[in-house]
Design a protein around this ligand. Structure first.
Ligand code: SF4
Length: 245
């Protein structure tokens, strides 16, 4: 689109907005100003009422009229229990309102988050596998080579075109954090110049978490009698023999 056409369209929009604003009455104008001040975080119906001193019926009528003129819009806010907040029509809602990429119309995208979760884990697994090829250089080198930064993971996922929107590093870090809480990966802060960045690697356990949960001592009927002396000792424990089999 050439610059002149773009400028004309922009001016046209401004003109339409100006005409609509001329149609706004005094009370609507008060509400418009309150909503404008709230910016892209929006404002609740209740707060508009408190600030304007107008009653609920009047506010609802005004909000409907302003929405009808496309001067304001309502957005479901995930930060206030999925209640509508109002903001100027042209504004892009703040991420704290929409929840970012992991929410659509206020609904948590659990399937997408699962896919991203698996993808991040797979990338870290592949990185760890590649790092093992450096085994000759020593365990520290292998360990250091198995880390990926959240920035790198974000870039790799963007390159894979799994999602059609732009992911932020913070959104990827939120996914990685769930893996850290699950004990599947670990996080390490490192310095990159003046910047502190988050790096991640998978946690390799000798036993699966399911196996750890089933450790016989946790449900042992004779745990009180078990010790380094006496009849019941770990070294001759039948429960352990069964578990290790
Ligand atoms: S070592 Fe064996 S006997 Fe002792 S507490 Fe554990 S399961 Fe029970």
């Amino acid at each position: 689109m050439c610059v002149k056409v773009f400028v004309l369209i922009a001016h046209g929009r401004q003109l339409v907005k100006y005409i609509k604003l001329k149609e706004v009455d005094k009370e609507e104008n008060v509400v418009m100003r309150i909503i404008e001040e709230a910016g892209n975080k929006g404002i609740l119906n209740k707060d508009i009422r408190d600030q304007s001193g107008l009653n609920l019926t009047t506010i609802n009528k005004i909000l409907k009229a302003l929405e009808g003129k496309n001067l304001i819009k309502s957005v479901l806010s995930i930060s206030v229990a999925k209640i509508k907040v109002y903001m100027l029509f042209d504004l892009q809602p703040d991420r704290s309102v929409t929840g970012g990429s992991w929410y659509t119309d206020g609904e948590f995208e659990s399937e997408l988050v699962d896919i991203m979760n698996q993808q991040c884990y797979r990338m870290l697994q592949q990185k760890a596998e590649a790092a093992k090829l450096k085994a000759m250089d020593g365990p520290l080198i292998v360990r250091n080579a198995s880390f990926l930064s959240s920035k790198e993971i974000c870039q790799m996922i963007s390159d894979m075109n799994i999602v059609k929107f732009n992911l932020t590093v913070e959104e990827i870090e939120a996914i990685l954090e769930t893996l850290v809480y699950d004990g599947k990966i670990e996080m390490r802060m490192v310095s990159d110049g003046d910047e502190r960045i988050k790096t991640y690697r998978i946690v390799e356990t000798l036993l699966s978490s399911a196996a750890i949960v089933r450790i016989p001592c946790g449900v042992c009927p004779v745990i009180e009698k078990c010790g380094t002396t006496g009849e019941v000792q770990p070294k001759n424990c039948a429960y352990y023999d069964q578990w290790l089999d």
